[in-house]
Each structure stands twice: as structure tokens, then as C-alpha cells.
Write a protein that binds this ligand. Structure first.
Ligand code: FAD
Length: 317
């Protein structure tokens, strides 16, 4: 079922969902199942599976370093299919512009369609580690809105090159990213919202936000989005702080601010176990307020660990 149908069928009740990261190449999928198993009692209608950008590795060969391109965490669509099969849950593969030609994207979407995966998150992806700015690969999309356009074309039975008879059109429900604290490259929040509106106009069905730690920012973002004419569901993304290092890491990687009270509470912890507890309590408070405000879904970034998400879900659902 589509994410938007799950939301509609919930009749105003807030749903629980989460995002997982594929394991590193060579690691068993069992680790993933071990993390997901404890969360299934909260009946997530859908689970997101991220896609990582490709990266360079350097292999020594006869005294010289040979540069190879690789993906450390491949398997997004395979994992989506495995989860769907194992748990009978809808899955949402993240589809990136970065590192993929339009043709490769088409093949991936065709696979999804055959597998009965009819939700996708359409994302641009970040720049590669060695790049200062995002660069589309030759024959790839520059912006997420172009990717949304390609997916909507498939929904209309329009493939890239072939003129073919289509008797089984895709019917993808498309999610896109939104940034309550603005995307790092956008010159202003207002401009970023205009770009978000373009993604919705291109056919995005819902928005999932970047993590935020101050609900006020989400509420203001939703209001500003409405003013911009964005009328699709905006799902808040929640990340519980888990280790002290997150105080530096999360602002650096995700370009977000942390509230002073949260920083102080984490600073006062002497162990990471205490930090984890602070993170859980903060996320529970955030979730309670968002649920009260009637958000359609509370979407948690699990980042490979589920014990804290389980503690939050127990308090909320
Ligand atoms: P876009 O919507 O294309 O926007 C990128 C920037 O370009 C913005 O600053 C926007 O304002 C600007 N822009 C858009 N259109 C135009 C235009 N026509 N002219 C000029 N500027 C324009 N990354 C991953 O690698 N893998 C994942 O699985 C993943 N999952 C994510 C899930 C969520 C919920 C979120 C919020 C982010 C996720 N990301 C993921 C990160 C995302 O790829 C990065 O934030 C990326 O830098 C931007 O992606 P986007 O889809 O928002 O891009």
C-alpha cells in the first residue's frame, strides 16, 4: 500500500515508522533483522531503507595505489524486498540522483515495480566525499525534482527511450526531503521552500523532514510550506541523540542546530549510557508534542540501532 494510503486509512491517528541503513558489504542481513524485530510490535506500516553514495577506495598494487569506485552499503532494493517478504510490511527504497544514470534509475524502478514496492523516496544525494559540491554523473539528474519527474513519467507508462506498449504501468507513491532548518546549499528558507514546491508540483506525494530537535522549527516549516501552496503530508523525522559525539557530528553532517537545554543535558552526562537516556527522553517529549499536534507519522532515524527507538515507541504508541 502507498504511504499516502496508510496515512489516509489511519484517520488522523499518528503512525510509527523508521528508517534503516543497509549493512556494510560482507555483513549478514541477520544483524538488521535483530534490530528490526523489536520494533515490529509497534506495527510500522512502512520502513525506509537508505541508499549510500558511491566512494573511492585505494588498493595497493605493485607499489602503486589503484583507485576504484565502490558502494560500501549496497542492496537497498534487495533489503526492501527481503523486509517486505519477512515482515509483510511496505518498504520505501531511497532512490538517489547522485551516482546513477537515468537508465540505471529506470532499471531500479522496474525492479521495484516487479517486486511490488510502490513507494520510493526521491533524493538528490550529497556530494561525494572528495567533492565540494554535488555533481550529477553524466546522464544523471541534477536535482531531486527531475528524478520525481522521471518516476512520474513511469507512472504514466513513459519509459526513457523505448517506444513500447505498456499494459502494466507503475504506480509509485513518491516521498521527497524537506528541511525545517533549510538545506545547506539553499540561499534562504523561502527559496528552499520554493524548490520543495517544485518537487511537489513535479509529482511528490509527501515530504519527510530532515531531523530537528526543536519542534517549533517543524511547526513553522509546515506553516510556511502551506503558505507556499504545499499541501501534501509533511512527516517529521526524529533522531534520538545517542552518544556525546553527536553534539558535534549531527550539526556538522546534517546542518542543524541543537537547543541549548539539550546541549546542557548531554554535557552533564558522564557516560554514553546517560546520554542515550537523555536522547530518549528528549525524543519522547518531542514525539508527544508532535503527536498531540496531529502529525500523520512519527518517522525515526534508527541509524542501525533500535533499543532507543523501542523505548521511545513504548512511551508513545
Ligand atoms: P534537492 O531537492 O534536489 O535540493 C538540493 C539543493 O538544490 C537544495 O539546496 C535546493 O534548494 C536546491 N535546488 C533545488 N532545485 C533547484 C534549482 N532548480 N535551481 C537551483 N537550486 C535548486 N542522502 C543519501 O545519500 N541517501 C539517503 O538515503 C538519504 N535519505 C534522506 C532522507 C531524508 C528524509 C532526508 C531529509 C535526506 C536524505 N538524504 C539522503 C540526504 C539528501 O540526499 C541531501 O540532503 C541532499 O544534499 C539534498 O537532497 P534533496 O533530495 O533534498 O535535493
Amino acid at each position: 500500500m502507498k504511504v499516502t494510503e496508510h496515512i489516509k486509512n489511519a484517520n488522523g491517528k499518528t503512525l510509527f515508522s523508521f528508517e534503516i541503513i543497509p549493512p556494510k558489504k560482507g555483513n549478514s542481513i541477520q544483524q538488521l533483522y535483530n534490530n528490526i524485530d523489536p520494533l515490529m510490535e509497534f506495527k510500522p506500516p512502512f520502513i525506509d531503507v537508505t541508499t549510500s553514495r558511491e566512494e573511492y577506495v585505494y588498493i595497493e598494487k605493485e607499489g602503486l595505489l589503484d583507485r576504484k569506485i565502490t558502494r560500501m552499503r549496497p542492496g537497498t532494493v534487495g533489503i526492501c524486498a527481503a523486509l517486505k517478504h519477512k515482515y509483510d510490511v511496505d518498504t520505501v527504497p531511497h532512490v538517489l540522483c547522485g551516482g546513477f544514470t537515468k537508465e540505471e534509475t529506470e532499471y531500479l524502478l522496474v525492479d521495484c515495480h516487479y517486486l511490488g514496492i510502490n513507494n520510493v523516496m526521491a533524493l538528490r544525494g550529497d556530494a561525494m566525499k572528495h567533492q565540494q559540491y554535488f555533481e550529477a554523473c553524466k546522464g544523471g539528474h541534477q536535482f531531486a525534482k527531475n528524478l520525481v519527474g522521471q518516476i512520474q513519467n513511469l507512472n504514466r507508462g513513459k519509459y526513457l527511450h523505448d517506444v513500447i506498449e505498456v499494459d502494466d504501468k507503475a504506480d509509485f507513491c513518491i516521498g521527497v526531503a524537506g528541511y525545517p532548518e533549510k538545506h545547506i546549499e539553499a540561499p534562504s528558507l523561502k527559496t528552499d521552500l520554493k524548490r520543495l514546491k517544485e518537487k511537489v508540483d513535479a509529482g511528490a506525494d509527501y515530504v519527510v523532514t530532515q531531523m530537528f530537535f526543536d519542534n517549533k522549527k517543524y511547526f513553522e516549516f509546515v506553516e510556511a510550506a502551506k503558505q507556499e501552496g504545499i499541501n501534501v503530508p509533511i512527516i517529521p523525522g526524529i533522531k534520538p541523540i545517542a552518544v556525546k559525539r553527536h553534539l558535534q557530528l549531527l550539526p556538522q553532517v546534517f546542518k542543524i542546530d541543537l537547543p541549548e537545554d539539550l546541549i546542557d543535558a548531554v554535557d552533564n552526562c558522564s557516560t554514553n549510557e546517560q546520554v542515550r537516556q537523555v536522547g530518549i527522553e528528549w525524543a519522547i517529549n518531542q514525539s508527544k508534542e508532535l503527536q498531540k499536534a496531529g502529525v500523520p507519522v512519527l518517522h525515526y532515524y534508527s541509524m542501525g540501532k533500535s533499543d532507543n527507538i523501542k523505548a521511545i515507541a513504548e512511551a508513545i504508541f
